[in-house]
Design a protein around this ligand. Structure first.
Ligand code: GRG
Length: 306
């Protein structure tokens, strides 16, 4: 019997996410050395954290940004090195963030954290190796006409470095237990979370040879989406259980962390996340109908529960 495809099949976001996630999973498995290669411990530790699941939001955004420029029928194989690179950097940051000298967490992606399984030394090195390999993957990109390979490397180093991802982490550590203004919290969230989300989108768009106007639109989308994503993350930390999140819930409160709910309350935080999601949608107008998946992803993230 002939399979019947309804229009809602083709339009379903969950089907789209499932397909893109499957592509990313296969590519991630191939993106780092096999667990048997000497010294096996480091490769096992890298694979343990990288292949532990997770939403794969950032690599999916890289693919979706490229598709927003070049269409869903494009060959995604050319985008996967960049998509994997952002997930490797993200996973490194989670491994290091969980260390006893940082957030000291026991649970990540529903499993014991890297240092709990492999010890602190190997966990630090697994993070370092993932970060390093991310640049190895970026070097495989065939640069499009408008953007030289050096720009991919430079933008990635900038987003993951001491002006953005690490800046956010340092400001976060220094803020613990202090009374912060919403501007201070926003400073942290923009660096710790939004910068990598913006990078994920920009790398995808650059791979697809986006025009400067399209790249600016996706950057504005990413800034608003990234901040909304972290505000929702702050809200979920208060409202969800560790089982639902696959990581320790309620830690922001016990560690007196800088969060939106702590400064403006839960209801106002929800409102701000919704306002930013609208702003993110508005930024996509420049791109047009091909940005449909990005619009849907932003809406989906606003309503997520894990
Ligand atoms: C250099 C020692 C050293 C440490 C760097 C930069 C850094 C450590 C940590 C910052 C990482 C961090 C915890 C950012 C917060 C962003 C965030 C909401 C992470 C969780 O992302 P999800 O929900 O996680 O996408 P999954 O598991 O789904 O990928």
């Amino acid at each position: 019997m002939k399979a019947v495809r309804t229009p809602s099949d083709a339009n379903s976001l969950s089907l789209y996410l499932e397909k893109r996630r499957a592509l990313v999973e296969v590519a991630l498995k191939q993106s780092i050395p096999a667990a048997s290669i000497r010294p096996a411990t480091i490769h096992q530790a890298m694979r343990y954290s990288l292949l532990a699941g997770g939403k794969r939001l950032r690599p999916i955004l890289t693919l979706a940004a490229a598709e927003a420029i070049a269409g869903e029928s494009m060959d995604l194989a050319t985008i996967l090195p960049a998509a994997c690179a952002v997930e490797l950097i993200h996973t490194y940051s989670l491994i290091h963030d969980d260390l006893p000298c940082m957030d000291d967490d026991d649970l990540r992606r529903g499993r014991p954290t890297s240092h709990k399984v492999y010890g602190e030394g190997v966990a630090v090195l697994a993070g370092d190796a993932l970060l390093t390999q991310a640049f190895g993957l970026l070097a495989k990109i065939t640069p499009p006409k408008r953007y030289p390979l050096s720009l991919f490397l430079e933008e990635t180093a900038l987003a993951a470095g001491s002006l953005h991802l690490i800046a956010g982490q340092v400001a976060d550590i220094e803020a613990e237990g202090k009374k912060l203004s919403i501007t201070d919290v926003r400073f942290i969230h923009e660096r710790k979370t939004a910068a990598m989300i913006v990078l994920s989108l920009r790398l995808g768009a650059m791979c697809a040879n986006a025009t400067p106007r399209q790249l600016k639109a996706l950057t504005d989308f990413g800034k608003a989406l990234g901040l909304a994503f972290q505000i929702i993350d702050d809200i979920l930390d208060v409202t969800q259980s560790s089982e639902q999140l696959g990581k320790s819930a309620g830690k922001d409160l016990t560690a007196a962390k800088a969060t939106y709910p702590a400064v403006i309350g839960l209801e106002a935080s929800h409102k701000e996340a919704a306002r930013l999601t609208k702003k993110a949608h508005a930024a996509l107008r420049e791109i047009g109908p091909k940005a449909k998946r990005l619009t849907q992803i932003a809406e989906y993230l606003l309503g997520r529960s894990s």
